[in-house]
Ligand binder design. Structure first.
Ligand code: GDP
Ligand code: IMO
Ligand code: MG
Length: 428
């Protein structure tokens, strides 16, 4: 029988920013490899660590959040859209903070290359959509994935032969210039690739082969989801979504990892809901309470700094995400953000035209007509920040967690009570 390592998966279950980075950072201590599978620098994964007695904040857009563990090899998988200057900037920042990174980062030779002009085009497409704009992060995600899907895109492996790369790059740029009519300094961007050529080459690998070989040899792999289920191009609130599949299938397609290794599949679920950018949000709070939650939770985008929209925990949406992804457990994050509330609402069911509605309507017009049924539970009105075990949680906080667990039908194994590594309760 083949030796078998352990494979775990962490995915965002709502509209992103649930706290994936924190759990990846914590769990990666016990993994050999952490890999990103989808998305690009639209993701912003925050990790707080204590360095020489000082709390330092890192926001990772492309590097896996396991990079601060010096035993971990970090992989950026084939499903990602890669802006290489961002990767190098993040690596430099990690190095400057005293972490050894040499030889620990592998970039898939099959990943899509995201160029500066993709970012410019992202901005124009948004502007052209006017009222219908998605509210993208303007990191070039849609235009780069569009190039990939229409089969004119550049891949990381194209860099391996400079002469043909330069031709392909200029041809891709010329195609976009023909469509959009703009001036662009190709030499500047080509100069970046040339200047960093040897360093970039040292990181490029067939990562699907690497990951499968390593796990077959008994190594442990953690796949780090980016973005989230409700932003999935197929299953999310289209067109207010990203351009990839941040659900379970994308994690495997985006790494080439053999799915039969999967042991643990953790959905990251915030104790309330947030969304950044446009699009439907049935439990959104448009009042002072929404503002209070935003301030208490520091709900400002890790990538763009935009204020995140806030609302009550949405059971139907979370159940839909659990169904799509098959989570084996959930990490309920940011429970402490609700500390100050006397009462908390839970959106427990949807109705459409007076009838119970299961799942998520495909048509936004139907989603807009959804009526949300709430129940109200008492808050706990005390700080959870120093709570380290389930038993220490105030009774009403326990009741809230148990009620959510009952409604979503999935074990809440991890509970976040603060942003630091030690502010995580693990339930038996
Ligand atoms: P990600 O994109 O899913 O990795 O999440 P982000 O990093 O964009 O946003 C989550 C924010 O919540 C970050 O600032 C985290 O430091 C913070 N955070 C994560 N878990 C907790 C928690 O349990 N409590 C509090 N108060 N903050 C948390
Ligand atoms: P993490 O990994 C929150 C949202 C954008 C926009 C839509 C499309 O940090 O959870 P895009 O730039 O992808 O074309 O934008 O998707 N979005 C995210 N929102 N967290 C994210 O990532 C996101 N990635 C994309 O705000 O509404
Ligand atoms: Mg984020």
């Amino acid at each position: 029988m083949q030796t078998k390592g352990k494979l775990s998966l962490i995915l965002g279950a709502q509209w992103g920013d649930e706290g994936k980075g924190k759990l990846v950072d914590i769990l990666s201590e016990k993994f050999d490899i952490v890999a990103r599978a989808t998305g690009g620098a639209n993701a912003g994964h925050t990790v707080y660590v204590n360095i020489d007695g000082e709390t330092k904040k890192f926001i990772f857009h492309l590097l896996p959040s396991g990079v601060l563990r010096e035993n971990v090899t970090c992989v950026i998988g084939n499903g990602c859209v890669l802006h290489l200057p961002t990767v190098l900037k993040e690596l430099k920042n990690v190095k400057d903070q005293g972490f050894e990174v040499e030889g620990r980062v592998k970039i898939s030779n099959r990943a899509a290359l995201l160029c500066d002009y993709h970012k410019i085009i992202d901005g124009w497409q948004e502007d052209a959509k006017g009222d219908q704009r998605v509210g993208t992060t303007k990191r070039g995600i849609g235009p780069c994935y569009a190039d990939k899907i229409i089969r004119r895109g550049l891949r990381i492996c194209d860099l391996e032969d400079w002469d043909s790369f330069e031709k392909k790059y200029r041809a891709n740029l010329a195609w976009h210039q023909k469509v959009y009519g703009f001036d662009f300094d190709a030499d500047e961007e080509l100069g970046f690739f040339k200047e960093n050529y040897d360093y970039l080459m040292s990181m490029i690998a067939d990562t699907a082969q690497y990951l499968n070989d390593e796990i077959a040899a008994g190594k442990t792999v953690l796949l780090e989801g980016a973005n989230a289920a409700l932003l999935d191009i197929d299953h999310g609130t289209y067109p207010f979504v990203t351009s990839s599949n941040p659900t379970v299938g994308g994690a495997f397609t985006g790494t080439g990892m053999n799915p039969s290794y999967l042991d643990e599949n953790i959905g990251i679920v915030k104790a309330y809901m947030t969304r950044v950018g446009k699009g439907p949000f049935p439990t959104e709070l448009h009042d002072d309470l929404g503002d209070q939650i935003r301030e208490a939770g520091g709900e400002y985008g890790s990538t763009t700094g935009r204020p995140r929209r806030c609302g009550w925990f949405d059971v139907p949406i979370t159940k839909y995400s659990i169904m799509l992804n098959g989570f084996t457990s959930v990490n309920l994050t940011k429970l402490d953000v609700l500390d100050h509330l006397a009462e908390i609402k839970i959106a427990k069911a949807y109705t459409l035209d007076g009838k119970p509605f299961k799942g998520l309507p495909a048509r936004l017009e139907d989603l807009a007509r959804i009526k949300v049924e709430y129940e109200t539970v008492p808050g706990w009105k005390e700080s959870l920040n120093d709570v380290t075990s389930w038993e220490e949680l105030p009774e009403n906080a326990q009741k809230y967690v148990l009620r959510l667990e009952e409604l979503i039908g999935c074990k809440i194994k991890y509970i976040g009570v603060g942003m630091r590594r030690d502010q995580l309760i693990i339930r038996a």
